[in-house]
Write a protein that binds this ligand. Structure first.
Ligand SMILES: *[C@@H]1O[C@H](CO)[C@@H](O)[C@H](O)[C@H]1NC(C)=O
Length: 274
């Protein structure tokens, strides 16, 4: 974008088959309110050759991120070593993006984009992250962050923070980058470097853990708190149908309070996993 912001997502083979998560993700931009132009600023980062080949068929901006000797294809079960390796590789890559002077929104592909999120970011936040559970105050560290949607400005503080976050991996072996974030957000070092962390309200940036209840406000909806690809795809499809029905309503009916999502259905897990 004009201000050096790029939207990034990652794709592995399991999510790239027709009708799977990546197709739903791209569809959401096309059926969102003023979101289709954002696709021009989206770079899809792929973890394996098959996903890369698929990417170039569906999108003009693809980037192959490789790690020698690690196979990132197929569905990675949560917290297997392959899954963790992929998450941490991604984190290190995002640090490089910041070092090159680009601000980014990182979005998981199982997040549907229904409205442009930029008007809802905090102007003075360095690092802004969505939540599984939002406590009602954007600077309260008790918010439970979800690393599936993050907006980061490139500056000295964020580059330092990403280095710190990555190095914390070795202090908490076996943990997901997001769990490590929920620990290190309290570290005095974060205050020392002056990083301004802001949490994004689930009113705008929701998910199955805590939905954005008002369809007149929702920007993004994440298929978090959901285990298993078939359940995820099932509920995401219904979510997109709900969105399209909402859009087709005349303006007076759009305001009805009773309007809401029919999901989660198969994705019914409280505050468990993402
Ligand atoms: C929000 O949280 C911050 C940090 O914990 C605190 O300083 C501030 O007073 C809180 N604001 C409100 C309105 O509760």
């Amino acid at each position: 974008m004009g201000d050096n912001t790029v939207i990034l997502t990652t794709l592995n083979d399991a999510w790239s088959s027709p009708g799977s998560v990546m197709d739903l993700f791209m569809d959401s931009f096309r059926s969102g309110v003023k979101t289709s132009f954002l696709l021009k600023h989206l770079v899809i980062v792929t973890f394996d050759g098959k996903a890369y080949k698929h990417c170039v068929k569906i999108h003009p901006h693809c980037f192959a991120l490789g790690t020698e000797g690690v196979d990132f294809s197929e569905e990675k079960r949560f917290l297997t070593s392959g899954y963790l390796e992929m998450m941490w590789t991604r984190l290190d890559f995002l640090r490089l993006v910041l070092e090159k002077g680009y601000n980014f929104i990182f979005t998981d592909a199982d997040i549907m984009w229904f409205r442009n999120p930029f008007p809802h970011f905090h102007p003075d936040g360095d690092f802004q992250i969505a939540c599984d559970h939002y406590v009602g105050n954007s600077s309260d560290l008790r918010n439970i962050a979800n690393g599936g949607f993050i907006y980061v400005k490139s500056n000295e503080r964020t580059i330092e923070f990403y280095s710190f976050w990555y190095s914390s991996r070795f202090m908490y072996p076996g943990y997901h980058d997001q769990d490590v974030f929920n620990v290190i957000k309290h570290d005095p070092y974060v205050t020392d470097i002056g990083l301004k962390i802001m949490f994004l309200s689930t009113a705008y940036f929701g998910g199955f853990c805590e939905p954005s209840r008002d369809l007149n406000k929702v920007c993004t909806m994440h298929a978090n708190c959901c285990i298993g690809l078939p359940s995820k795809i099932h509920d995401l499809r219904i979510m997109i149908e709900d969105w399209r029905s909402y859009l087709s309503l005349p303006p007076n009916l759009k305001q009805l309070r009773a309007l809401t999502w029919r999901v989660p259905q198969n994705c019914r897990y409280g505050m468990v996993l993402t």
